[in-house]
Write a protein that binds this ligand. Structure first.
Ligand code: 5GP
Ligand code: MG
Length: 180
């Protein structure tokens, strides 16, 4: 893998396609075991998680459902700290075993805002599956049940994650070059 240019910035290879795929199938196997005999409802948070959600979900065995909501808080390479619900939840979660699927937990603000709305509808349980977690960026601590990769506090793109709309179609994950 070589560096890529997205808009005005250069990004260097960080996680290969193989590394990502191996980890996702291992996490999916753990989730499948944990929910054996149940019918979990996966709620994937768009846009960033669409690729992760697809790859994770196809490795889940047994009955499972998936639906999508759209929350956004990022502009460029920095969080705006302001979370907007662009597409809301259209599925009844009351009494359901919910697994939230997120691309990345950065400050934790997105889930910090969304979780109370979800708990209001009285799901039987809520667990969180994330592809990436930046522990050093935590402002709102979130209890993560399934984490694929804990990463440094640097901006990344690829595999569904964008920089101002671009970079989502990269199969690997790249890190902003030279960022401290
Ligand atoms: P949080 O609310 O936890 O601060 O941020 C969550 C959202 O911000 C993620 O779902 C993702 O869309 C975006 N985000 C956070 N860090 C990054 C990053 O390094 N790269 C990209 N492309 N998006 C990020
Ligand atoms: Mg996201």
């Amino acid at each position: 893998m070589t560096a890529v240019k997205v808009h005005d910035k250069y990004f260097v290879p960080f996680l290969s396609e193989e590394t990502i795929q191996q980890k996702i199938s291992a996490v999916a196997a753990t989730i499948s075991l944990d929910y054996q005999g149940k019918k979990p409802l996966f709620i994937a948070i768009l846009n960033g998680s669409f690729m992760f959600a697809a790859d994770l979900f196809k490795h889940i065995s047994g009955d499972a459902e998936i639906c999508f909501i759209k929350l956004a808080s990022y502009k460029g390479t920095r969080s705006t700290g302001h979370v907007v619900t662009a597409i809301g939840l259209d599925t009844d979660v009351t009494g359901r075993e919910v697994v939230i699927v997120e691309d990345i937990i950065d400050t934790g603000k997105t889930l910090h805002n969304f979780l109370p709305q979800l708990y209001n509808q009285q799901p039987a349980s809520v667990k969180i599956a994330v592809l990436l977690h930046k522990p050093e960026a935590t402002v709102y601590p979130i209890n993560i049940n399934y984490c694929c990769f804990a990463i440094p506090n640097k901006f990344v793109v690829g595999y569904g994650l964008d920089y101002d709309g671009l970079g989502r179609n990269l199969k690997e994950i790249f890190q902003l070059q030279g960022e401290e």
